[in-house]
Design a protein around this ligand. Structure first.
Ligand code: SF4
Length: 493
């Protein structure tokens, strides 16, 4: 009997990337994606541990799954990801109806552990302390026909005091450039138009094999891949952000002029306590250099409000950097105590109501700035990669949605003489922006151009790329020449 599976993914893009590998492996083992998620024979929870309520979320899902397990004893439940790496056997103690717990370093062992749990009628908990197989080399079932995640590294050498990632994902391990580029080329050969290079700190890529300029070179190499129209990356770290990366972005046509650069705080005193080894002036100077080289660049960020010890003056410093930085959007977070991180035991934990009040002020300011920046785009021609399932395609307006090269979301009217039969996700269109809202743009006029693509054909046919990261047999974790001391400070993906 073919068994069906469902994967629930929490947290960052690295987890989205890993879930594509979990799906690929399960399909290689004969499973098929469940059409009816409530009837899945296997439910995999790929967890995140960054936020305080991450535990509540996991045990909430496990609680809801228990009755299905009681009704269908053959059903299996597996828990993976960062919270599994942290809580290990504790998960089976608290939820004995869980069959498998696996960690961030051994996602390749899921099918075997599921078989063993069924054969031995006993829960299997397997957590490794370091990476077993680079997830990219595992079979993949990709989510999108036109856009692909390609990880360049896993882990992080930084020790930001609020972050649990290094203790759960380990030290930074870098894939060899040849392996990254081979995966990108294979994706493009399957019709993919856009890739996002992934790493906890993409711009410290190469630290493991001693090439500090490796990331800029990787971007330039992506420039020579025919058919690759858009290259994005996330997340860089301000402390390790070098001019060669800005030059590579500006001089490589298919690299999008979009930068996600986590600030976290605008107060130098707080940045010091966060162990983020840059200060606000350095952060702003990078933005100036980026805008000098790419005046049309859209810059987004992450900001934490209410870090232990944050005073009203510190918060004002954050607001001031936000005023100067003109972010096109920002992921804003209320500080969340994470057991196991240095910040969790710091003095001066800020009362929740104070954090909330500051958070609201920051969001109001950032929304106003995002709207003003979006209004500057009204009247401009934009090229969109048509998206599936993003934004809205409402029956009333018949609009579809797509992403501009700078990452902005645009709802557009897929009509006009330029339309070639029908606009599909994965196709590329050009249109003129007619209206700006704080978090999206609208283009209500007729399309200026419509290009049907192989990605559009595949999306229409429900086909997904199956490329997984090839191993070129290079000793990916060979002992590289002594890497320089890792830099401090990074950002969560
Ligand atoms: S750089 Fe990012 S992933 Fe690394 S410790 Fe800092 S916040 Fe966490």
């Amino acid at each position: 009997m073919t068994r069906t599976y469902q994967i629930r993914t929490f947290g960052c893009q690295m987890n989205v990337h890993d879930s594509e590998r979990l799906a690929g492996q399960l399909e290689s083992a004969g499973y098929v994606a469940a059409e009816d998620s409530d009837a899945a024979d296997l439910v995999v929870l790929n967890t995140c541990a960054v936020r305080e309520n991450a535990d509540n979320k996991l045990y909430g899902h496990l609680g809801h799954l228990r009755p299905s397990k009681t009704d269908r004893p053959g059903m299996q439940i597996a828990v993976g990801g960062c919270l599994a790496q942290k809580d290990r056997g504790e998960i089976v103690k608290r939820a004995p109806w869980v069959d498998v717990v696996f960690g961030t370093h051994n996602i390749g062992s899921l099918p075997t552990l599921l078989e063993r749990a069924r054969h031995n009628a006993e829960a299997q908990v397997e957590i490794l302390e370091s990476l077993e197989t680079f997830p990219s080399t595992l079979p993949a079932r990709r989510e999108s026909a036109y856009s692909g995640w390609v990880s360049v590294s896993v882990g992080c050498n930084n020790t930001c005091t609020f972050c649990i990632v290094p203790s759960l994902r380990g030290k930074e391990r870098d894939r060899r450039p040849g392996e990254v580029l081979a995966e990108v080329e294979a994706l493009v050969a399957e019709g993919v138009l856009e890739v996002t290079l992934l790493g906890q700190n993409v711009n410290s890529y190469g630290v493991e094999f001693g090439d500090r300029l490796a990331f800029g070179k990787l971007l330039r190499s992506c420039g020579s891949i025919d058919g690759l129209e858009r290259v994005r990356f996330t997340s860089p770290h301000p402390a390790a952000f070098t001019d060669d990366v800005i030059d590579a972005m500006a001089e490589t046509p298919n690299v999008c002029h979009q930068l996600h650069m986590p600030l976290q705080s605008g107060s130098d005193r707080v940045l010091k306590d966060m162990r983020r080894s840059y200060r606000s002036s350095r952060f702003l100077s990078i933005l100036d250099k980026v805008r000098d080289a790419m005046p049309d660049a859209a810059i987004t960020t992450d900001i934490i409000v209410g870090f232990p010890g944050e005073t009203e003056e510190d918060f004002e410093a954050t607001l001031e950097v936000v005023r100067q930085a003109r972010f096109s959007s920002a992921f804003t977070f209320q500080y969340s105590k994470r057991p196991g991180t240095p910040a969790a035991d710091m003095e001066g934990q800020v009362p929740k109501e104070v954090v909330r009040e500051r958070y609201d002020r920051l969001v109001d300011l950032q929304n106003e700035i995002a709207w003003q920046e979006n209004k500057l785009i009204v009247g401009r021609k934009v090229e969109l990669l048509v998206a599936a399932g993003e934004g809205r395609k409402d029956a009333e307006t018949h609009r579809m949605s797509g992403r501009a090269r700078d990452g902005r979301l645009v709802h557009f009217t897929p009509e006009g003489a330029a339309v070639d039969r029908r606009v599909r996700p994965g196709d590329v269109v050009e249109t003129t922006v007619t209206y700006a809202a704080p978090h999206h743009l609208v283009a209500d006029g007729d399309l200026l151009s419509h290009r049907r693509t192989t990605a559009g054909d595949n999306a229409e046919a429900g086909q997904r790329p199956t490329t997984n990261g090839v191993s070129l047999g290079l000793p990916s974790f060979g002992t590289p020449p002594q890497a320089p001391a890792p830099t401090q400070g990074g950002c969560s993906l």
